[in-house]
Design a protein around this ligand. Structure first.
Ligand code: AMP
Length: 175
């Protein structure tokens, strides 16, 4: 198994969820046990020696890879959720997406200054979602923040919207 094999298992859906968007459907990758296992190990290998204490996964597709990554690293998992879903006190931020506008929320006690955090989402498009998540987590003053994606759509230059001083990794790059 190689990362090219993983790429070949991702399905393109044209005009979903709106016209002009080519949606990268990862369900065709993660339904394959061998591919899911390989992807999980590859993601975790990027962070094994970095002292990560928490992975923040962005709702909802970021919960899949984020949980796997946390499990593989033996660290905690923190859900970054859509508005109104988290039961305790939250902090929130609105942001623009490749399609539409959204808001992201975190429990205000989810992260502290002793944490080394990986922010994870399934896919980097314009970077708006991750930039909002970064701002929220940064406001909690963790020791260090890393950013990780399974897929990066390079032609959208989303990295340019992410903090320059933050290490950003993606497993599968599409031109
Ligand atoms: P962005 O904020 O533009 O980087 O958008 C990233 C978020 O939107 C991720 O949570 C993705 O799940 C989703 N997303 C945006 N564009 C796509 C796409 N072309 N295919 C699949 N998911 C996408």
């Amino acid at each position: 198994m190689t990362t090219e094999d993983l790429k070949s298992k991702i399905r393109d859906i044209n005009d979903f969820p709106s016209k002009g968007i080519v949606f990268k459907d990862l369900t065709t990758l993660i339904k394959d046990g061998e591919a899911l296992h390989y992807m999980s190990r590859q993601l975790a290998d990027l962070y094994r020696d970095k002292g990560v204490t928490k992975v923040v996964g962005i709702e909802s597709r970021g919960f899949i890879g984020g949980s796997i990554l946390a499990y593989e690293l033996g660290c905690g998992f923190v859900p970054a959720r859509k508005p109104g879903k988290l039961p305790a006190v939250t902090i929130k931020k609105a942001y623009a997406k490749e399609y539409g506008v959204d808001t992201i929320e975190l429990h205000s006690d989810a992260i502290d200054e002793n944490d080394v955090v990986v922010l994870h989402d399934d896919l980097l498009a314009t970077g708006g979602t991750m930039a909002a998540c970064y701002d929220l987590v940064k406001s909690m003053n963790p020791k260090k923040i890393y950013i990780n994606f399974i897929v990066e759509l390079e032609m959208l230059h989303g990295r340019e919207n992410l903090p320059a001083d933050c290490e950003v990794t993606s497993l599968l790059k599409f031109k």
